[in-house]
Design a protein around this ligand. Structure first.
Ligand SMILES: CC(C)(COP(=O)(O)OP(=O)(O)OC[C@H]1O[C@@H](n2cnc3c(N)ncnc32)[C@H](O)[C@@H]1OP(=O)(O)O)[C@@H](O)C(=O)NCCC(=O)NCCS
Length: 168
């Protein structure tokens, strides 16, 4: 599976709205409150900080939106060069199960290394979200441990989480 990471564009609007409305996205990786168009504009402008990028994930065949992937900077790698980051992702349910998320995470990690100097990436997901665990493993992340989650998900609850890591 090959995907393209690109800026958000006007034709993405309906598929972005559909993605935000999906129950799995609303539960496990909800969009921030507010208009999606404004969020996409801020993402394109790199407006979330110097080591934060959010991309539209598109099909190279017809450029249709398949999902989103983001890399969030977490600061310098302790005792080393480069930065740590966290990765997050969403895929439209109609496009799921054919490797989109795995390809998007791999591409985002490569872009983050080349463009942002990221050298270590962490990936958090709820233990109750096994598809995301599978994405982590397929994208080369190693399971580091299990946490009592502190950040509420879309249902307002703090779920137990796996943390995975990958050096770049
Ligand atoms: C999780 C998500 C990103 C997966 O996207 P995707 O494009 O289908 O992912 P991939 O096709 O790359 O891989 C999915 C893997 O999970 C597996 N899977 C799917 N549902 C599963 C389940 N209930 N239990 C275990 N594995 C499952 C698939 O079989 C596949 O593994 P395989 O290739 O070995 O068969 C997508 O479903 C999604 O956006 N969910 C809602 C938001 C979310 O959870 N984001 C991540 C938050 S950390």
């Amino acid at each position: 599976m090959t995907v393209v990471l690109r800026a958000f564009a006007r034709p993405d609007r309906d598929r972005l709205a559909a993605l935000a409305a999906e129950p799995g996205v609303a539960l496990w990786n909800p969009f921030p409150p507010g208009p999606l168009g404004a969020w996409a504009g801020r993402s394109n402008a790199g407006g979330h900080g110097t080591t934060h990028r959010t991309w539209a994930v598109a099909d190279p065949a017809d450029d249709r939106l398949l999902g989103t992937v983001a890399v969030f900077g977490r600061g310098p790698v302790p005792g080393g060069s480069g930065h740590e980051a966290e990765v997050g992702y969403r895929v439209l349910a109609a496009e799921a199960g054919r490797g989109v998320a795995t390809a998007a995470v791999s591409a985002a990690v490569a872009r983050a290394a080349a463009e942002l100097g990221v050298r270590r990436v962490r990936l958090f997901h709820a233990v109750a979200n096994p598809a995301s665990c599978r994405v982590a493993a397929k994208a080369g992340f190693v399971l580091s441990g299990e946490l009592c989650g502190l950040v509420p998900y879309g249902d307002g609850a703090c779920h137990r989480e796996h943390v995975h890591h990958r050096a770049v």
